[in-house]
Design a protein around this ligand. Structure first.
Ligand code: BGC
Length: 681
């Protein structure tokens, strides 16, 4: 202990031997650290790094935001690919794209010399008012899980750590530093945990970020049940936990250490060397507690190759045409066509002469937080370029269509409306102030429609909004989200039909906010010291379906320029026992004239259950590509786990005997085929 080594001696220490088993390397290094060095490693320095231990050649472990591209530090000095927001990526329902995104962003992390990306953010979208809805994927635990697993795999296959955040029930920004999310065990198990758990069990996530908020009265960073018991013991997590930035403010040193917090970021406040030494000497935590926390951090240092020669690690790359292409494809495939009366879209480039392009978001560029402010919080990116909607359209229309600003003189008008990353809109740190477009935009849409009935509204925003006051008057509405640096090109490609829209909503758009389950009362949102998740498992469409409330647009919804038919639902095993597999197949045909992609969705319902269950629960989806007239057979496999629910009385997952309804369709509301299986126990 505490020996000093020459460089040559260091190289020869067992932990530097790449041929040695990982755990042996970890134990060797751990055994060489002094207690004080362990304390030192427990907290960060200068925002994005751990402290080096020069004596042993431990370099700083570096981690950067964020969910839509790497942003080294907080400044714009280093540019990087700005990918579409997570809600847009999720709306593609294409898990391969999540993998490709993960891989590309990890290559950029490597290129800037870092080891971990502070992403993905996979909190459930409990309310459309959460300022960070755009940074998260969905309201549905199954979809959330599939996409999160693929993202983490994409990142970590490059030997870059993913940091899955924010664990857990950080579902609003209001009072995020102090509020306690009061949530039942069943809701945790069925809604909030599954994606986090799957990133551990199916993707071996190397890091978790704890939440700012309390969960059932205890802060995320010192929550023994959440960390040591659930994450580490029950799920088998081998990585390390890191606090959200300054998320330890109201916690205690020993409780954090005992709960399993390895790293306090961005600097020592609670896990200072002094606090740690005092608590340790007073017997408030043991050597085993601290060893276990540091062991986990060291393990990930080895996994990302912190001690390896750079040449032996996967190559990094940044701002490459390949990465930009992935950003564009995600933006295109994430766009959701919400309405298209009279097939105003796609625009025929050969026939249309003049297009009016108006609206506050036509010049939108969000890299750097946007044109209006530096908002967007930890999701801010600084891309080398960013194509605004207007630029995308100009490029597309070059020498073919004149772009003007007067709707009455145009064949077609496109209004770019929506929100931005200013505080009070889609931004970190504060929830949205209103559930709708700013009033002047509503007026603009109405006025434009009066001048030109051939009007398309393109929305650029990251969360559901109220459209009641204008949607009936507008023939075509497109949800384009925050589409990253290639947004303008992607939007133009979809509007002109070069790309057939195939995105589907991953969150229900309610008609009015009070229809939304979290908005039953002030107690359920935003709460005060506590916010009560009284809706339990009835989050999103589970609530709308069960309570029979008509949403504005349902979960899983999105139109195409072509049509698809669903036929021949076949269930191979209508009576299943034990761990038996149920195979479901369905034939999908492109019945229109354009090629297109369809997201085929499978929902189950437990017909007779001893406990209330949702009418629909997504348990499978496939995205397929079909030429006009082409038919493909889509296969799903279900097993006992897909039929089970969490029984709060027995504190375990159970599946009950009886009938289960299987619904296959194009959205949670547009069910085309129904079948049934019997589970025989
Ligand atoms: C956010 C995290 C982010 C961290 C570092 C926090 O405010 O909640 O998502 O990764 O800051 O920027």
């Amino acid at each position: 202990m505490n020996e000093t080594y020459t460089d040559e001696e260091l190289q020869k220490l067992p932990f530097r031997n790449k041929k040695l088993e990982l755990e042996k390397r970890v134990e060797d290094l751990l055994s060489r650290l002094t207690l004080e060095e362990k304390f030192k490693l427990s907290a960060g320095r200068m925002m994005w790094h751990t402290k080096p231990i020069k004596r042993l050649g431990i370099k700083p472990f570096t981690m950067y935001d964020g969910p839509h591209g790497v942003r080294p530090g907080t400044t714009d000095e280093i540019k990087s690919t700005y990918f579409p927001s997570a809600i847009c990526r999720a709306s593609t329902w294409d898990s391969k794209l999540s993998y490709e995104f993960g891989k590309a962003v990890a290559e950029e992390v490597r290129e800037v010399g870092a080891h971990m990306l502070l992403a993905p953010g996979i909190n459930i979208q409990r309310t459309p008012m959460n300022g960070r809805t755009f940074e998260y994927q969905t309201e549905d635990p199954y979809l959330n899980k599939v996409l999160a697993v693929m993202t983490v795999k994409g990142i970590q296959n490059q030997k870059i750590a993913a940091c899955v955040k924010h664990y857990i029930c950080n579902n609003q920004e209001t009072k995020r530093f102090t509020v306690s999310s009061e949530v039942s065990e069943r809701a945790l198990q069925e809604i909030y945990y599954p994606a986090f758990k799957a990133t551990v069990q199916e993707a071996d996530a190397w890091s978790f970020m704890t939440c700012y908020n309390k969960v059932n009265g205890i802060y995320g960073s010192e929550n023994y049940t959440l960390l040591r018991e659930t994450l580490m013991k029950n799920w088998g997590f081998r990585g390390f936990t890191v606090s959200d930035w300054n998320g330890t403010a109201y916690t205690s040193t020993e409780e954090c250490v005992k709960a399993g917090l390895s790293l306090e970021m961005p600097m020592a406040k609670i896990l200072t060397k002094r606090n740690m030494a005092k608590a340790f000497n007073e017997g408030k935590f043991t050597i085993d507690d601290i060893n276990e926390n540091i062991r986990r951090l060291l393990r990930v240092m080895f996994l990302v190759g912190l001690f390896d020669d750079e040449e032996t690690l996967p190559n990094g790359s940044r701002n490459t045409p390949e990465h930009q292409k992935i950003a564009r494809i995600i933006a295109e495939d994430g766009i959701v066509l919400l309405k298209n009366e009279g097939n105003l879209l796609p625009i025929n480039i050969e026939k249309v002469k003049k297009i009016a392009v108006i609206g506050p978001n036509k010049n939108f560029r969000l890299g750097g937080g946007g044109i209006l402010s530096g908002g967007g919080g930890s999701s801010v990116n600084y891309p080398p370029y960013e194509i605004s909607p207007l630029e995308g359209l100009k490029e597309k229309c070059k020498n073919k269509i004149e772009i003007i600003e007067t709707p009455s003189k145009a064949d077609i008008t496109i209004v770019f409306a929506g929100l931005n990353h200013n505080n009070g809109m889609d931004a970190e740190g504060q929830d949205k102030e209103v559930f709708g477009l700013p009033l002047e935009q509503v007026e603009l849409i109405k006025e434009t429609i009066r001048e030109n009935p051939h009007t398309i509204v393109v929305l650029i925003n990251g969360s559901p909004i109220d459209m009641d006051h204008w949607i009936n008057q507008v023939p075509s509405v497109v949800e384009a989200w925050y589409g990253g640096m290639e947004a303008g090109t992607a939007i133009a490609n979809v509007l002109f039909g070069d790309v057939n829209p195939s995105g589907k909503l991953t969150i229900t758009f309610p008609r009015k906010l009070s229809d939304s389950p979290a908005h039953a009362s002030k107690k359920t949102y935003p709460g005060n010291d506590k916010v009560f998740y009284d809706e339990g498992i009835f989050v999103g469409y589970r609530h709308f379906e069960t309570k029979n409330i008509e949403p504005l647009f349902p979960f899983g919804y999105g139109l195409s320029y072509t049509t698809f038919s669903y036929d021949n639902l076949t269930i191979d095993n209508k009576k299943v026992r034990g761990d038996g597999v149920i195979k479901v197949s369905v034939n999908i045909t492109n019945t229109g004239r354009l090629k297109g992609k369809e997201v085929v969705q499978l929902y189950i319902q437990d017909v007779e259950s001893s406990i209330e269950r949702p009418l629909k629960e997504l348990k499978g989806f496939k995205k397929i590509n079909l030429e006009p007239g082409e038919m493909k057979e889509v296969l799903f496999e279900l097993n006992k786990d897909d039929l089970s629910f969490y029984n709060p009385v027995e504190n375990s997952w159970v599946v009950e005997k009886g009938a289960f309804k299987i619904s296959v369709g194009s959205s949670s509301k547009d069910i085309r085929l129904i079948g049934e299986v019997q589970y025989l126990g």
